[in-house]
Every structure is written in structure tokens, then in C-alpha cells.
Design a protein around this ligand. Sequence first.
Ligand code: BDR
Ligand code: CA
Length: 317
Amino acid sequence: MNKTSMILDVDTGVDDAFAVLFAAMHPAISLLGVTCVDGNTNVDQVVANTLKVLDAAGAVDIPVARGAVRPLLGESKYAEYVHGADGMGDLGIPPSKRVIDKRSAVELMRDLIESSSEPVTLVPLAPLTNVALFLRAFPETAKKLHRIILMGGSTSAGNATAAAEFNIWHDPEAAAIVFQSGVPITMYGLDVFMRPGVTREEAESLKRSTEPSAQFGGSLIHAFIERLGVSPITLGDYGAVATAIHPEFFTTEMFDVVVDTSSGPARGQTICDRRDSFLKELEPLDLEDSAKVRVVMDLDVEAVRQLWLRTIDKGWS
Ligand code: BDR
Ligand code: CA
């Protein structure tokens, strides 16, 4: 089997946890390392949460590194109202006994990419601060990346604000650097993010599994459903990971995209030019700041859901 060599950059995060669990367990993914960034919660909590998820996946050897403590400009804006006080559902799981890698997030990215025999897919599921710093610190190594598949942005409305999706809004300058880097980018944004979900009944069934990964995933989903009072809840960030190994489940389109870094109400918006070509020619998007980005616009919800359920619970039927 041809494996996809992957680095995840996360702000774990309930839905980041779903993604880490999946990437660590799927046989077609070689998860080289996980880097952590300030986002849903502070970076030390993100590290602690990520280690717990890898423990639950039985992936105790995957290096985890600490990254940026705040956005390039401005202050941190956490999402604990969604992810809980500990950023991962307040499950009360004891801390992992593992220690983190001594290298910083950008150093770990550099070393993993340089030493990989296969081109590496970088999958950021969080504000793009670490990735922007990596691109600026190690541009020659960045050229060796196969591509970036990121969770972030939207071709229409936002969630953090009316215009902007959380990961882009948290650090728009970093996002602009990443989008304009020249590395091929796939954007898995709010157009599809909410669609693959897991129900209360499915979460309860996972909790009854004999596998620790399934019990962990089920408990996380169950706690989230209880707290938010909605079922199903989205698998969120996980979808971006799935696009790397099952592109046939996803429909994409190419758009010119600009990240709004102004200080106005559209700060953090990903402006996607969806107009007909003759209108684009009349009044082009700012070509200097725009990037050609592959955007996920549709997906086979049931296939994507089942892929996750069957990966984290081998006995799922
Ligand atoms: C994104 O923001 C975070 O809260 C989620 O983990 C996801 O990466 C959705 O806007
Ligand atoms: Ca995230």
C-alpha cells in the first residue's frame, strides 16, 4: 500500500482530536509528527490534549512539538465556549506520561520533511501561525512539501465573525503568508466542514466498544453532544485529513483566493472569486495578493463518516 506521509498542525480541540485519532490509526497514513499551536486554547493545553489523543490511539512514538504561543499580530482569541475549559470537552482524562519533543514546531517540521523519503503532506487544522513561521524560517525545505491541505476559510459566510472562519480569523497575516507561498493548497472550509457528523446513538455504541480509541472518540462526542445539546455533531477537522487519502469522496473547484488582512469587519475572510471568467476579466481580483487554491465544495457525507467510524473502531458495522 502506498502511504501518505503526513504532518498535522493542530490546536486540539475536540474536532482536532477526531482528526489526530484518525491520522494515527489509518493504515494508509504515515503520521510523521504533530505540531501544536495556539488556537482553540493556549498552546500548552493543546500539547497536553494532543498527547492524550495519541495515547488513546496507541501511537506513543509519534513526536509532538510545541509551537507559537500567539498569532503573528494581535492577541489570542480562544474558543473554549465551543471546546470546553480544557479545550477538549472537559472529560477529566489524566495527563499523558509522555514528554514532548525538545524541538520547536518549526524545527520538527523541517527535520521531518528533510528526512522523509516521500514527499510530505502538511495538514494544518488550526490557525496558520506555525506554518507561516516555518515557511519564513525554512523556505528551501518548504519547497519539498508535496502540498498543504488546510482546514480553514469559507467561500461564503464565516463562523468566528459574519465574514471569517475561526482559523483564518485568529491569524489572518499568517494565513496570507501560507496562501501566497506557492505550495499547492487545498482548502477544506466551512462549505463542507459541518456536514459529516456522528449521532448520540453512534457515540454510545463507540463507548461500548472494547477498543480504547473507539471508547475515547465516543466519550468525546458524547460529552460534546451533552454540552451543546445537538446531535449529530460534526467530525470537523477530520474531513481535511480524509481528503488526503480518499480524494474520490470530495468535489473540489479551483478559485483565486485573497485573505482579508484589513482591520474592518471582513478581517480574516477568504475572498473566493467564483464569478464567470468574463466578469473576472472586467474587474480582476487583486492578482498580487491572490492565490490559486483548490477548494472542497462537496463531499460524500456517508462515505466520509463511515471511513472515520471504521478506522477508530475496527469492529464497527
Ligand atoms: C475550526 O476552528 C476550530 O474551533 C476547529 O477546531 C476548527 O479547526 C473551525 O472554524
Ligand atoms: Ca482545529
